[in-house]
Design a protein around this ligand. Sequence first.
Ligand code: FES
Length: 106
Amino acid sequence: MGRITFVEHNGAKHPVEIEAGKSLMEAAVENGIPGIDADCGGACACGTCHVIVDKSWVESTGEMYASEEGMLAMTPEKTDTSRLSCQVTVSESMDGMVVHLPEFQM
Ligand code: FES
């Protein structure tokens, strides 16, 4: 249905085919994207699926709940467009989206 590109901190790009309804974290893990550890399996409890959404795409990632905000607040590399990828549901409108990976996960 489309592609999302994960960009490592060193600039390496990883385009992946996306499937609507899955989480962004699942798309990353299933495609072996380095740096997405997802230790809690998507329960919004570990913060190891942190991504930084390209500014032009941040609105398409939807609203953030308090639990995600709280977890992100403990993330050293948090930015204005940070998200926990397990809390972002992939949709067809995300075709072409670019997300960046932090240098380190927690
Ligand atoms: S996978 Fe643990 S917070 Fe996202």
